[in-house]
Write a protein of this length. Structure first.
Length: 196
């Protein structure tokens, strides 16, 4: 099982279930909420590209470098996708990324709880020594969300990736280490418990 076994993670605001082709229609509906594929600084699949994206993620899972999830809300409605990616099992490291949520689920407790579930499994079950987060240096919404988790900026990978539109992305790299996890966990629990 370890890094690659299928697992479902459940909370009160969200559930993360293994990605499957059965989620295609729900994911297409979710990406239409906010037309997320039109955002130039992030890579969210269009409805027309959803089948290929599901296949890409499942192929990376078969190769051992990704564990993809479909994100469901408390009503079991499909709201997005997330993954463990760039899995480096021998060094007990991974990245949480390729995450997107329908616009109506953003800025809600859902993302905080998803990260709480993923980080708990990474540090407490998989015994990771560090978990990374990466985003476009200009994606201020994503960077603020990562910083709110308690992740620290490791640095900027300059001229890191060529985007589909031809622009070149600088990537902000953040991480949380195992030593920091108890503090981060307490902070996430406080964020989830505080009145809204």
């Amino acid at each position: 099982m370890g890094f690659f076994g299928p697992v479902t993670l459940k909370g009160s605001h969200a559930s993360l279930v293994p990605l499957s082709h059965d989620h295609h229609d729900g994911l297409c509906e979710a990406t239409r909420d906010g037309e997320l594929w039109t955002l130039w600084y992030t890579l969210v699949p269009s409805p027309e590209g959803m089948k290929a994206e599901i296949e890409r993620r499942l192929d990376l899972q078969a190769k051992g470098s990704m564990q993809p999830f479909t994100v469901l809300d408390a009503q079991d409605r499909v709201v997005g996708m997330t993954t463990y990616m760039n899995i480096d099992a021998p060094n007990r490291r991974l990245e949480i990324g390729s995450t997107w949520y329908r616009a109506s689920a953003q800025r809600s407790p859902l993302n905080t709880e998803c990260k709480r579930l993923l980080l708990t499994r990474a540090f407490e079950t998989l015994d990771c020594i560090a978990v990374e987060f990466r985003t476009h240096v200009l994606n201020s919404q994503s960077r603020k969300a990562i910083e709110r988790l308690g992740a620290k900026l490791d640095g900027i990978l300059r001229r890191h990736l060529i985007q589909p539109n031809g622009s070149i992305r600088d990537t902000a790299v953040y991480s949380i280490t195992a030593a920091e996890w108890p503090m981060v966990k307490a902070h996430l629990d406080w964020q989830l418990a505080k009145p809204r």
